[in-house]
Write a protein that binds this ligand. Structure first.
Ligand code: HEC
Ligand code: HEC
Ligand code: HEC
Length: 273
């Protein structure tokens, strides 16, 4: 019996801890992030909240109740401001506990201070658990849905996702036709792939500034990979093509996905942008 309990303790905890659930934050937050806002006023509020809370606690630790009163009032103002900025979150706030926190400082009541601090602290943790990551994913990162991109093969504007699908399809077909010895079809897929790959660069400058974006896209290794593919296509040389595609895959596709795809796919799940 006791073994089961030990087993559960060791193995059950990580399993449950591994389940992440993210809630969709209220749309009102959009106002407090670029491009609608110049800066990050909601994040700034969080910093002020955090500073005023730490200052309150350190004042009380130092038994400087007068300084503590000044800071706890600043904390209260910041805390209540959450509900003013984001109306839907007003009901999540433990306002009564904050009122009592202020009273406890005014009455120099250490026990009451600690009790109410715990309730307030839990409200920070609870909201962060549900909303911190989702808010960052949705509002801190510009959306790829807003980036329109012209497909050089069909000459139509398509979504980023569809562009990725088409370009990947060209790449897979190129590999398959090369392996199956279908030279004409391999050449056609290869030419489309190169067109789409070269043209994807146009999209980087939507968010990255000029000179910079070219280097981000065409590093020396990617240039080398691309010229290997182009070279290999002339006489459909399998090794050159595959080696070139590997360079492109590692130093372009994967590098870019490492920074961009998680946000883009999570935003897609939330469907808010
Ligand atoms: C901006 C840098 C960037 C580069 C460079 C890039 N991708 Fe992507 N890729 C993305 C983003 C962003 C998405 C997610 C799009 C979305 O879901 O809205 C994506 C999605 C994909 C998908 C999934 C499409 C689907 O079915 O939803 C595939 C496959 C893919 N990319 C392949 C490639 C390949 C192959 C290359 C290189 C030849 C490449 N990508 C280069 C950014 C990039
Ligand atoms: C009702 C929701 C909510 C409550 C309550 C809340 N927060 Fe936050 N907090 C957030 C969200 C959402 C973020 C993420 C914002 C972002 O990074 O863009 C955040 C981020 C933060 C950050 C990190 C800012 C940064 O630059 O990374 C700090 C520090 C913070 N909160 C402190 C606190 C403290 C201290 C409390 C309690 C006294 C608190 N918060 C209560 C929603 C809340
Ligand atoms: C929708 C906006 C958007 C588009 C389009 C975009 N990026 Fe980014 N990219 C960002 C943001 C935001 C960051 C985070 C760093 C920053 O703020 O500069 C970033 C960071 C990166 C990074 C890692 C940091 C660095 O500077 O090395 C790479 C690599 C990158 N992008 C490549 C690309 C490439 C290549 C393209 C075009 C195929 C592209 N991105 C298109 C928004 C975008």
């Amino acid at each position: 019996m006791s073994r089961i309990i030990i087993f559960l303790l060791i193995f059950a905890v990580p399993v449950f801890a591994g389940n992440v659930r993210l809630k969709e934050p209220p749309g009102e937050l959009k106002k407090y992030y670029p491009p609608e806002s110049d800066g990050y006023p909601f994040v700034e509020l969080m910093h002020n909240l955090s500073i005023s809370l730490t200052a309150t606690i350190s004042s009380i630790e130092e038994k400087d109740w007068k300084r503590g009163e000044r800071w706890v009032l600043a904390f209260k103002k910041n805390y209540f401001e959450i509900g003013k900025k984001v109306r839907k979150w007003d009901k999540l706030l433990k306002k009564k506990a904050v009122e009592n926190l202020v009273l406890s400082v005014q009455k120099k009541d250490l026990k009451g201070f600690k009790q109410n601090l715990q309730i307030v602290g839990k409200s920070c943790i609870q909201c962060h658990k549900n909303y911190k990551i989702s808010t960052r994913v949705i509002y801190r990162f510009p959306s790829f849905h807003a980036v329109s991109i012209e497909d050089p093969v069909t000459e139509r504007e398509i979504s980023y996702e569809d562009y990725m699908k088409k370009m990947t399809d060209d790449m897979k077909r190129l590999k398959i036709y090369v392996l199956d010895g279908k030279r004409k079809k391999a050449l056609r897929s290869g030419v489309d792939f190169v067109k789409r790959f070269e043209s994807l660069k146009q999209s980087c400058s939507d968010c990255h500034s000029g000179e910079d974006s070219t280097n981000l896209y065409f590093s020396d290794k990617v240039k080398k990979g691309l010229s290997m593919v182009k070279d290999g296509l002339r006489r459909i040389e399998k090794d050159k093509i595959f080696e070139g595609l590997k360079f492109i895959g590692v130093y372009n596709c994967t590098k870019c996905h490492n920074t961009h795809i998680i946000q883009a796919e999570l935003q897609e799940r939330f469907k808010t942008r």
